[in-house]
Design a binder for this molecule. Structure first.
Ligand code: GRF
Length: 193
């Protein structure tokens, strides 16, 4: 079975990356996670990737003079690994067209809100401050606009009485781990055919 080659970009904990890696272990999964790249050497997720026999690479954004130069280095590495699809998973850098244009329609991101609501940071705090009754997460294709681009999948959760940002984030994260592998499989099916 031909599988789409996927590179995952992380900056920290990497729990979404772990969900993608676990899902890709299924023989019938159309995605193969071939490398994990972090802009931070201390990203906790790197050890998990290594333990799972996945190539890891640290590309420190601070070593580059501009966002574009950093993105060129990312793109060069991902293409050296013959990556078909890039999955951003808690990757805390703004991505420029210098990288996006190298993976047109083949770059995914997970965002912890029901886009187009709450683009940017602190989504759970903002949803609570607004008195939102529901919240959730979105997997979307990456375009030149931050947290924009065609939606692949969304999942909703209720906002419950007594919720804190941490409680709400934990409820959303369960759904992130459920829909990101599904969304990646959908895109991988399209890309490999
Ligand atoms: C997730 O909530 C994701 O939606 C957001 O950053 C968080 C990353 O968590 N973009 P993890 O590194 O995948 O555990």
């Amino acid at each position: 079975m031909k599988k789409a080659r996927v590179g995952v970009l992380i900056s920290g904990r990497g729990s979404n990356m772990m969900a993608l890696v676990e899902a890709a272990k299924a023989a019938d999964c159309p995605a193969d996670i071939v490398c994990v790249v972090s802009n931070r050497a201390d990203a906790a997720g790197l050890a998990f990737a290594e333990a799972n026999g996945i190539a890891t690479q640290v590309i420190d954004h601070k070593a580059y003079a501009s966002r574009e130069a950093f993105d060129r280095a990312l793109g060069d590495y991902l293409q050296s690994q013959q990556v078909d699809i890039v999955a951003c998973a808690g990757f805390m850098r703004i991505i420029t067209p210098a990288l996006i244009r190298r993976f047109p329609g083949r770059m995914l991101n997970i965002h912890p809100s029901l886009l187009p609501a709450y683009k940017g940071l602190h989504t759970h705090e903002r949803a609570l401050a607004d008195g939102a009754t529901e919240h959730g997460c979105t997997v979307h294709l990456v375009t030149d606009e931050l947290d924009d681009g065609p939606i692949v999948l969304q999942a909703r959760v209720p906002v419950l009485p007594g919720d804190t940002a941490d409680k709400l984030a934990a409820r959303v994260l369960v759904e992130e781990h459920r829909i990101y592998p599904q969304a990646l499989a959908l895109v991988a099916e399209r890309v490999k055919n």
